[in-house]
Design a protein around this ligand. Structure first.
Ligand code: JFZ
Length: 699
């Protein structure tokens, strides 16, 4: 995976050098790849929710409304005109000092800030040429010549970030409760919808995003979309917006809330159990609201935040911790106190956070392991001790190298020593150390320093993610730690020290060939000590599904049925369909109801070559992909627009395709991409590759 990305990165560096470090696009129009280097190093950022709702603080007509303050317009069913008329004149954040905000973030150890430039309420926090519902409509933002203060908070924040060396990202809401072109309207919103045009709204979004990214605010590191759930990517013109962002701001990171998967995932207010297999960032509130909420004093403690941070980093993710400054621009004293405590801990422990990621050690009962790899080649395994180990002992299973040093990062207790037991490192904690660990809050960290990346006798990694093959396939293993050996069985039995070891081939790769369906089990050993961990993967040999006659016209037949579905309906259920038409690609046909329907798309798909095809379906809600009567992807159930993949072996030529999806309520979407044999990336399925079948009843 990494190897595939390298040329692009090198190209970007080469371009940067050629053009004297300025940010330019190459003559080939090559777009710089998303720059994850700083983001992985940073690990910790500040989310800022700030807008008109901050002035209200969840108080409307004198009543405090618990919950998310930035949703007040919607929750109180306030007509947008009334909302803006009340809050725009009041919004005058004279206490706003961008340096204070940025220093607060920096002192807390945060490396980047993402601010809401426009939230669902539809108020732009910068002077925007394409709306009047913006900062320029307030006394704060009105030009001095018009009696205003002439201030632009986004500019002040951008400049302060620049001064203090923090990266800046822009949150932008696709959902907009105020823009007259935004549809659908809330049920209680009485503004006439005649003349409203979502395409024009999308154009407005493009104009606004352009303002934010065209360079007037300098280098912008992240475009953080949100509120994508009422329309699909095509209506939002997400592709155009994202392409524009990448062209204007080379290396910019785009999140996954543009009705498409983006560069990284953003689980919200929760930490995925085992992390995710793509870059990810959890955003979290500090109290119970994103925006300032006057009476919400239920703040997380620094200890909880720092355990979350260690948990996230141990799973390879980032943490975007939110603050909600008030309508005068002040960060409340409770948030400041928590951030200050976080900063104190970070001051002495940040080496166990920055640039850290997953360690190859299993999750311990007492806390989390993180692994730091530094640019000079040295490394550290960090034990984040949320509680004292029950056994009184820290075990670093399978860590073959000896650390050069063991340190208690904050010096809360005396650095322990280690002993070796075969492939394992053991640290016996003194009663005094155990007592200190139990007492310390936020948690203490013991760092194990290594001169170079430590060899860890973990379960071997299998390279690649092919699980289905035709004929025979080579299964490759990641090189084991130096001097360690890989033992592999293919008959389902557990590998032991007596299982013959595999030796590297002429290319230095550890690989075996299989020509039958097999369960591959692998362990590593070092000096006759077997790894505790084991890798088990099933590989299936498949025959190529034979090709059939192609259709003679492009497009797929679509059938729509209306009703309440919670699972993907069977094909025969669509026989009752009263609505059928043609689509040019795998998409939801026009004219479906807003909610409660199911769609079936049928036809032929033309495979350019023989081999294993991988498909990726993304749908909201559930979907299934069938090819030649084989269920390739089962993505059933109610969910958001999440992707799911499946493999199928196809002979070159045409095959029956049947895509079914259903939508309960909310937003709906459907996309299908493929990765043909020996291609490394997913791609759009060309429209010429989809054919209508001639023998369908509707013909
Ligand atoms: C959104 C906003 O509605 C909210 O006000 C806040 O800005 C937050 C960061 O993002 O809320 C969401 C968005 C996505 C999910 C849930 C709440 N989600 O994907 O589960």
């Amino acid at each position: 995976m990494l190897i595939g990305k390298k040329p692009a990165r090198l190209l970007a560096i080469a371009l940067t050098l050629c053009f004297g470090g300025s940010i330019v696009r190459g003559a080939s129009d090559e777009i710089a790849p998303p720059d994850f280097a700083w983001w992985r190093e940073a690990r910790f950022g500040m989310f800022v929710h700030w807008g008109l709702y901050s002035e209200a603080g969840s108080v409307w007509n004198g009543h405090f409304l618990p919950g998310w303050s930035e949703w007040m317009l919607n929750r109180k069913k306030i007509p947008p005109a009334e909302y803006h008329a009340e809050l725009t004149p009041r919004f005058d954040p004279v206490d706003f000092d961008a340096d204070v905000w940025v220093r607060t973030a920096k002192d807390a150890g945060m490396k980047y800030i993402v601010i809401t430039t426009k939230h669902h309420e539809g108020f732009s926090l910068w002077p925007s040429a394409v709306t009047d519902q913006d900062i320029a409509a307030t006394k704060f933002g009105k030009p001095k010549t018009d009696g205003g203060r002439g201030r632009d908070p986004i500019r002040e924040l951008a400049d302060a970030c620049q001064r203090h060396g923090l990266k800046l990202g822009f949150y932008y809401s696709l959902l907009d409760w105020s823009n007259p072109d935004y549809l659908p309207r809330r049920e209680w919103d009485t503004r006439p919808t005649a003349g409203a045009d979502y395409a024009r709204y999308a154009q407005f979004m493009r104009a606004q995003v352009k303002e934010l990214l065209d360079g007037r605010y300098g280098k912008i590191a992240v475009l953080w979309g949100d509120g994508d759930w009422e329309h699909g990517a095509r209506e939002h013109t997400s592709d155009e917006i994202v392409a524009m962002a990448r062209a204007l701001q080379p290396g910019i990171l785009v999140n996954d809330r543009w009705a498409q998967s983006g560069d990284y995932a953003t689980p919200e207010n929760k930490i995925p159990d085992a992390g995710l297999d793509r870059p990810w960032e959890t955003c979290m509130t500090l109290n119970g609201s994103w925006g300032y909420a006057r009476d919400d004093h239920d703040f997380k403690s620094a200890a909880v935040v720092l355990q979350n941070l260690a948990d996230i980093v141990s799973k390879g993710g980032n943490y975007l911790l939110n603050i909600g400054p008030d309508g005068r621009g002040r960060i409340d004293p409770e948030s400041l106190a928590v951030l200050a405590s976080i900063g104190q801990w970070m001051h002495t422990h940040s080496s166990a956070i920055y640039g850290n990621g997953r360690a190859l050690l299993s999750v311990p009962e007492w806390g989390r392991w993180t692994l730091a790899l530094t640019s000079d080649g040295s490394a550290a395994i960090n034990a984040h001790l949320f509680s004292a180990p029950k056994s009184g002992v820290l075990r670093l299973d399978g860590v073959i190298d000896d650390p050069t040093r063991v340190r208690v990062l904050g010096g809360e207790f005396e650095s322990p020593t280690f002993r070796r037991k075969g492939p394992d490192l053991i640290v016996d904690l003194s009663p005094a150390a155990i007592e200190m660990i139990a007492k310390s809050s936020p948690h203490p960290v013991i760092a194990f320093d290594f001169a170079s990346q430590p060899k860890i006798l973990a379960a071997p990694t299998i390279v690649g993610d092919e699980r289905l093959f035709v004929g025979s396939m080579i299964v490759r293993f990641f090189p084991p730690p130096l001097g360690a050996t890989i033992h592999v069985t293919t008959d389902g039995s557990q590998p032991t020290a007596h299982t013959p070891a595999i030796t590297p081939n002429a290319q230095g790769e550890y690989a075996i060939a299989i020509d039958h369906t097999a369960t591959v089990r692998a362990r590593t050993s070092w000096q006759n000590n077997m790894s505790n961990g084991e890798t088990t993967i099933n590989f299936s040999r498949s025959e190529l599904s034979p090709a059939q006659t192609c259709g003679d016209r492009v497009g797929l037949d679509a059938r729509v049925i209306v009703g309440e579905f919670e699972t993907v309906p069977a094909s025969t259920t669509f026989d009752s369909s009263k609505q059928s038409n043609t689509v040019e690609s795998v998409t939801i046909p026009r004219g479906v109801p807003a909610d409660r329907f199911a769609v079936q798309l049928r036809g032929m798909i033309d495979a350019p070559s023989s081999g294993v095809y991988r498909f990726e379906i993304a749908s909201d809600d559930g979907s299934e992909l069938w090819i030649d009567g084989i269920r390739v992807i089962d993505h059933g159930g109610l969910h958001g627009a999440t992707p799911k993949i499946g493999d199928v072996a196809l002979a070159a030529g045409c095959h029956e395709i049947d895509v079914r999806m259903f939508e309960s309520v909310g937003s709906e979407s459907l996309t299908l991409r493929w990765r043909p044999p020996s291609i490394t990336k997913f791609a759009q399925i060309p429209e010429q590759s989809l054919h209508r079948r001639l023998n369908l009843k509707s013909e």
